[in-house]
Design a protein around this ligand. Sequence first.
Ligand code: UDP
Ligand code: MG
Length: 329
Amino acid sequence: MESQVFCQDEFMYYLCLFINVQMPKLSLVIPVYNEEILIDQLFERTTRALNNLTSDYEIICVDDGSKDATLEKLKHYHTLEKRFKVLSLSRNFGHQAAIFAGLTYARGEFVGVMDGDLQDPPELLGEFLAKAEEGYDVVYAIRKKRKESFPKRMIYWAYYRIFKRMSNIYIPLDSGDFALMRNTVIRHLINMREQSLYIRGIRSWLGFRQIGLEYDRDRRQGGEPKYTLRKLLRLAFNGIFSFSEYPVRLISRLGLTVVLISIIYIVITLVKKYVYGDVPQGFTTLIIFISLFSGVQLVALGLIGEYMVRIYDETRRRPLFIVREEYID
Ligand code: UDP
Ligand code: MG
């Protein structure tokens, strides 16, 4: 079953409005994957933070195919508190797809997104909401300080800066998925069913009135990070390849440079031979150049392949996620 429910498309949205289906003021989407030890804290802190803002809210926890007791715990809290809703995906689809799944179910006038490990403090949503009510359509969080290891911080720092230079849209530095968006923005966002999901990129691409708020990103409140290096790299590459043509352009520039160098080299060799009568030498040089440039060619092919794989992915238009169970009553 794919999530063709509620306000996913324009028609249903207006139908909901028309028949006055209850639309909460605030929805909060939280992806979780194997976070059993955090669920109690998560439930406690999010419900408390939201209750301080409004009683008219819903929390949509998306279980991204967890293999531990995460889903059982979430279901337990759903029985205690109906506003705490649970979606369970049919397998692990990844953080971005899990957020996307939650967004398609969210019906709130304002919709927040935050991580399930409480690195994004739910208490900040009040500030976000205040900004949104001032008239902003997207309020996103900017990480001022990260409480993470030095190498990880350096890599993040460098990535966002390289990304900024390469990408063809403006993506605010150091902003993740922690944000609050107006329902209009969400409806446009979920219409962009990109396979290589990079939500913070699409969010920025969408436009509207956006504003960033700074915050200190907390430590994970327990358990291990669920982003493996591989998943993290995939996210990073999705960002680059979805929002930049720079890598392919770089390859053609590199090719052009090599051609120029070769022409100069040919001229020098010819002059040496016919003017000075030197015999061309350099078996070693030959080997070095051949291996160097076959390497460059392979990299070039790989880069083109990277875009090609993404085209292939997009054309199949597989669903981004599949919901197995939902507890949303
Ligand atoms: N997560 C998920 N699916 C995954 C990996 C992570 O739903 O495949 C969730 C995870 O449970 C957490 C959030 O996404 O709530 C962020 O993950 P994590 O804390 O591991 O990422 P980091 O903070 O290290 O970037
Ligand atoms: Mg985290």
